[in-house]
Design a protein around this ligand. Structure first.
Ligand SMILES: [Zn+2]
Length: 304
């Protein structure tokens, strides 16, 4: 039995606010969960993040006040927190007078980044990389993903929305992986999906999954995945946060060419007959990226 944790990065709307929409499934056998969780805790403890929600995008964005606090990186943890809080309180009081969007944006940013203000930008990047490398070392785990460049996406041809295509692809790849596993199939090779409880997609993905159970996806029958996705609060479920890190890493690679987090997690993508069958970059055949090379031609820039 395997759990597949699903999360996304980027906006599925066209054009939305990102070039790409990425959906990831991070799957692991249930017997490995405890070990995986313990490893993540160990890494996060090194950075004082063991009790925090691990939200990669909020963790890694620049925190402007850190550059305005003199000597920030040489301050103690307690001093850093105190100075950032002081700066933010002053800033909020200032913005309160004018109100409007800047005030609400600042409040939102401060709330989401509060657990990470004791770390410099380099330390936060190190934390994300350490977690990504831990995931990269989990040979028991397999990643499935669809990375859609929305410029190349034509709903008139696919008859699907961006997020429907991504979900169908990830489900199909997880199913095909389960069907390929040795054992007394299918009884020993079941999988279940655990998904961030995003109100806008929960109903849609539940309906889609029912449809797939009844009539298969475009690619395969679904007879190894049970149930419709189980929805959880991602702020409380660490492995969904790990799927979030993977989706962030993939999107930042296909959009900006950032390779550090990407190469750590790309090692775990499902491969079969030398090809990266577990992932696709939907970007046209001319794309020369590492995902396309490994998916279409079995050429791996990063050794598996
Ligand atoms: Zn590509």
């Amino acid at each position: 039995m395997r759990i597949c944790y699903i999360d996304e990065s980027g906006t599925p709307e066209v054009p939305g606010t990102t070039d790409h929409f990425v959906l990831v499934g991070l799957s692991m056998p249930i017997g490995f969960w405890k070990e995986a969780d313990a490893q993540v805790t160990q890494v996060l403890t090194r950075f004082g993040l063991e009790n925090a929600e691990f939200h990669t995008a909020w963790l890694l964005r620049p925190y402007f006040e850190q550059s305005r606090i003199p000597n920030f990186s040489n301050l103690s943890t307690v001093e850093r927190v105190r100075e950032v809080r002081r700066y933010r309180t002053t800033e909020l009081l200032k913005l309160q007078k004018t109100g409007g969007k800047r005030h609400s944006n600042a409040k939102k940013t401060y709330k989401h980044t509060a657990p990470y203000i004791h770390l410099t930008q380099i330390e936060r990047r190190d934390a994300a990389l350490a977690v990504a490398e831990a995931i990269g070392g989990w040979s028991e785990c397999t990643i499935f993903a669809e990375c859609i460049n929305k410029i190349h996406f034509d709903p008139a041809r696919t008859h699907r929305s961006v997020d429907e295509q991504a979900f169908e692809q990830v489900i199909s790849r997880f199913q095909q992986y389960l069907a390929r596993q040795p054992g007394n199939a299918p009884s020993s090779n079941y999988g279940i999906l655990v998904h961030d409880n995003n109100q806008t997609v929960a109903k849609k993905h539940t309906d889609l999954m029912r449809k797939f159970h009844n009539s298969g996806t475009l690619w395969t029958q679904i007879n190894h995945i049970i149930e419709t996705p189980l929805y959880v609060d991602s702020s409380l479920t660490r492995m969904v946060q790990m799927a979030d890190l993977c989706s962030y890493a993939l999107r930042r690679y296909v959009e900006n060419g950032e390779t550090d987090l990407f190469r750590a997690v790309f090692r775990r993508v499902d491969r079969y007959a030398q090809k990266a069958v577990g992932i696709r970059h939907f970007a046209g055949l001319q794309c020369q990226c590492e995902i396309c090379a490994a998916h279409h031609r079995g050429v791996w820039v990063t050794p598996p």
